[in-house]
Design a protein around this ligand. Structure first.
Ligand code: SF4
Length: 245
């Protein structure tokens, strides 16, 4: 099996979405199938993986790309050092490494009492189906055409149909560039799957040419979404406030 999937493993607090503040171990996997305008993540594949020296130390050492068993050992050790809510597979787009996720998560479920959390751009449904049995929580981003240059709504719909049996929520990053039309299309799409799905508006953290939306715009969008969905929340990224990790 290839081992060059994992680029970072560390223990920290979730900085976004429904489980904001919960202690997690993050396993960051290389590669992404999209190219979002606001992306601030380094997900390039590398020969080495950065591993935190102890849970929450924010000091890292480099090891050669770890195998499944090595990742399980590192994660288990972090869970002992700091009781952990869930293991977050993040990226990049982690589902590009679905086999690795499946293998690591299957083994972890036998040795740790933790949930498996997937952070995804919601476009790879076939890959999701292959790991669904080991996933507990799904945080799915809706990617607007203004961000990717692509219309991904049909792929998001297919993904949501498959994910809906899990603890699922949807996140949409709102910037000055987000149009009313694409936002309403996203709301309609989620409402069609189920109006009960938690919908989170995440104000963009400005980067490069991407500008922040005004508070009035975000509140207006929330009020529109609440006409079709039961639970719509505005939750900014907190890890940027506390210090980058
Ligand atoms: S899907 Fe996520 S990791 Fe991939 S380019 Fe977009 S923001 Fe970056």
């Amino acid at each position: 099996m290839k081992t060059n999937y994992v680029i970072e493993i560390f223990s920290s607090a979730q900085g976004e979405g429904k489980y904001i503040g919960c202690r997690q171990v993050f396993v960051r996997l290389a590669g992404c199938n999209l190219n979002c305008a606001y992306c601030d993540t380094n997900f390039s594949r590398a020969d080495f993986c950065n591993v935190e020296t102890a849970a929450g130390s924010m000091e890292f050492t480099q090891i050669k790309n770890p195998t499944v068993n090595e990742v399980v050992g590192i994660v288990k050790n972090f869970c002992v050092q700091a009781p952990t809510h869930s293991i977050s597979f993040t990226g990049g787009e982690p589902l590009l490494s679905w086999q690795f996720i499946f293998d690591v998560a299957s083994k972890l479920k036998k040795v740790c009492d933790v949930k498996i959390f997937l952070e995804t751009n919601g476009t790879l449904t076939d890959e999701l189906k292959k790991v669904l049995s080991v996933i507990d929580i799904i945080s799915m981003d809706i990617k607007f055409p203004s961000v990717t240059g692509l219309n991904l709504f049909a792929r998001h719909e297919e993904f949501l149909q498959t994910a809906r049996g899990k603890d699922l929520y949807v996140k949409a990053v709102i910037s000055a560039e987000t149009s009313l039309e694409e936002f309403l299309q996203a709301v309609e799409l989620v409402a069609k799957i189920s109006p009960e799905i938690l919908f989170i508006l995440q104000p963009v953290t400005p980067i490069s040419t991407v500008k922040a939306a005004s508070p009035q715009k975000i509140l207006y969008f929330q009020s529109l979404a609440l006409k079709n969905l039961h639970d719509v929340r505005i939750i900014p990224q907190t890890h940027k406030l506390i210090g980058n990790w």
